[in-house]
Design a protein around this ligand. Structure first.
Ligand SMILES: Nc1ncnc2c1ncn2[C@@H]1O[C@H](COP(=O)(O)OP(=O)(O)OP(=O)(O)O)[C@@H](O)[C@H]1O
Length: 602
């Protein structure tokens, strides 16, 4: 329980971060005030019952007519209060969700936690479906937090109010002579309400305890299924070419089957809890009438008083029954909070994870590795890298057989790969790594050409110090790499549209470009970024020899002072001097003592 409170408090503090947090707090206060106004209207409504039914009992038509007018005013006020509270509540949810999502995105993207979590290696550090946690759990957490917190506060205030009304109305006692006891229970209607609710809450908890775990599991399985579907959408060309649809279907069926399995348990459990909650809800409407009937027949209370008592009792039981009615919502809230908190902790751990490889930043002139050994996350040795130094302006070909650790070496040079030992002195200038598999971001082709820089909208100016490009500049870059005019005609195979800067753009998928075209696009990005150091990991493997030669010459012409570190399986077709560093002999001769590495870096 203590850890749950700490976890909810930690997430709540994230909701309060930034300007959205303050705006959400103001909304919270406004809804609270409206809810308290709602309690006041309910108390007036209880009094109305006595006035109206007494007027009916006395056959006083004029008084009854007046009470109908009062009723209409109360209904108008109550409806206005309820609608306004819902509206402000939703605005508050929006503000806090924005703050929480932003904090989660920061944690996920900063310190490359997103990469480290995906490549954690150890199953204990693995985190499933971060997309679901950020998109869905943040929304559930904020919505439930705001709703339940407001309900609890309103409930406590309402409870005192309704209780005092019930106390003032229940002046009569219940003689227990009918069960042979010579005692009376004074104000028995007051005691009946909490006893009834407490027993019912206990029963609900016992019956519904498993709902929490089942709900959590359901969200987890739903996210797994969604992930498989979106992955199929992204890789549909590869699946189709290999006629992999039946295999995909099997995977999807299996994942959906897991949803159905859990769903069955969930439905069964909800049914069991419902078997209790339904009659409970219905009985609270009539129970007070039955309980107060002896007092009515004994002449201790009028018809109006009976109706007033009925409503006051209902208000007390309904308010106290918050726990019972909200059980499902609370279960969902707790599971979302736990998932989010687990995610937050893992992201923090991933960002702080010690590295066996010491990376320091020297001057812009030099890249150096000393005693570098790369291991897998599980500790197996991937490669020992021979010591090498690369100077500014050089062109270096890193060669080595497939699987020798070239891409992993690049990741280590980029400061991402932490498993292993040794020392890297990185150059301090602007660096760019082109990965082996081209990446196309969401957005149009112009945006993709200047990624990760920003594409300016028509007439927009770059912010001071910002690297941003106009559409004309992006088009010029595309022309340089042989993709001129493609942005206008390009219709990606699976496109969805979204509106940005007032115009609709196609969300691209790699299927819209050939492999070679995707690599050309990546090289346009290098020209846009104009880095001092360029690391190309088989970045031209899909191009024919002539196109490869042209593009390398283009790179050299446009970036004459840049260092090119190239990983390819065939010699890069460059006319100038190219130094070769051979990684082939870098096969491990002995296993790296991973325990020693961990101890050294802890
Ligand atoms: N996250 C990881 N977990 C475990 N092993 C990994 C991981 N990433 C890479 N490896 C292993 O490290 C070895 C080197 O992989 P890497 O991709 O660096 O090779 P490469 O030299 O670039 O190969 P290729 O020329 O085929 O692209 C491979 O055996 C690979 O399975």
């Amino acid at each position: 329980m203590k850890t749950l409170v700490i976890c909810i408090w930690g997430l709540f503090r994230l909701c309060l971060s930034g300007s959205g947090g303050r705006a959400g707090l103001i909304c919270f206060g406004a809804v609270l005030a409206l809810n308290l106004a709602g309690v006041y209207i309910s108390v007036r409504m209880i009094a109305w019952y006595a006035a109206f039914y007494n007027a009916l009992q006395k056959m006083d038509a004029a008084a009854a007519l007046t009470q109908i007018g009062v009723f209409l005013i109360l209904i108008a006020l109550g409806s206005g209060q309820a609608l306004l509270a819902i509206w402000v509540r939703k605005i508050g949810i929006m503000h806090w969700r924005k703050a929480l999502t932003s904090a989660m995105l920061d944690a996920w993207l900063n310190s490359r936690a997103h990469w480290r979590l995906a490549h954690a290696g150890h199953p204990d550090n693995h985190i499933d479906n971060p997309d679901q946690r950020i998109a869905e759990d943040c929304e559930i957490f904020v919505r439930r937090l705001l709703n339940e917190a407001l309900d609890v506060i309103t409930m406590v205030v309402g409870l005192f109010t309704y209780f005092s009304v019930l106390w003032s109305l229940s002046t009569f006692s219940l003689p227990l002579g009918f069960i042979g006891l010579d005692v009376e229970i004074p104000r028995y209607m007051v005691w009946a309400a909490p006893v009834y609710v407490l027993l019912s809450s206990l029963a609900t908890h016992v019956l519904g305890a498993r709902l929490m775990t089942l709900n959590m599991e359901q969200q987890h399985r739903e996210a797994d299924f969604r992930y498989a579907l979106s992955r199929l959408r992204e890789t549909s060309s590869a699946v189709s070419l290999q006629a992999g649809e039946p295999a995909e279907r099997r995977i999807l069926d299996q994942r959906f089957g897991r949803i159905v399995d859990n769903w069955r348990h969930l439905i069964r459990r909800e049914f069991i809890v419902g078997c209790f909650i339904r009659p409970y809800m219905m009985s609270t409407m009539r129970l007070p009438l039955f309980l107060a009937a002896p007092a009515y027949f004994a002449g201790n209370v009028t018809l109006g008083g009976l109706m007033q008592l009925n409503v006051a009792f209902q208000q007390v039981t309904q308010t106290m029954s918050w726990f019972i009615f909200s059980y499902h919502d609370l279960a969902e809230f707790v599971s979302a909070a736990r998932r989010l908190d687990g995610f937050r902790i893992r992201m923090g751990d991933a960002a702080r994870a010690p590295s066996g490889i010491a990376v320091t930043h020297g001057d812009v002139e030099r890249l150096e590795t000393r005693g570098l050994a790369l291991t897998s996350p599980h500790g197996g040795v991937i490669a020992r890298i021979p010591d090498f130094t690369v100077s500014r302006g050089e062109t270096v070909w890193l060669r080595g057989a497939s699987g020798r650790g070239k891409s992993t070496l690049f990741k280590a040079l980029a400061g991402m790969w932490r498993h292993g030992e040794g020392h890297i002195v990185c150059p301090s200038g602007r660096t760019m790594f082109l990965p082996q598999h081209p990446y196309l971001p969401l957005g149009d082709l112009h945006q993709a050409a200047v990624y990760p820089a920003r594409l300016l909208a028509e007439g927009e100016m770059a912010r001071p110090g910002e690297r941003a490009f106009t559409i004309a500049e992006a088009e010029a870059l595309l022309q340089l790499v042989g993709l001129g005019g493609r942005a206008a005609t390009w219709a990606p195979a699976s496109a969805e549209t979204a509106c940005a800067h007032g115009r609709c753009i196609a969300h691209s998928s790699p299927q819209g470009l050939s492999g070679g075209e995707q690599q050309r696009l990546m090289l346009a990005r290098v020209l846009a970024s104009a880095p001092d150091w360029v690391f190309l990991d088989e970045a031209t493997s899909a191009l024919d020899r002539e196109a490869e030669r042209e593009l390398f010459q283009l790179l050299r012409r446009r970036l004459p002072g840049a260092t090119l570190v190239i990983v390819t399986h065939r010699p890069p077709p460059l006319s100038g001097p190219v130094r070769t560093i051979d990684l082939s002999w870098a096969e491990p001769e002995e296993a790296v003592d991973v325990a020693r590495l961990r101890a050294a870096t802890a």
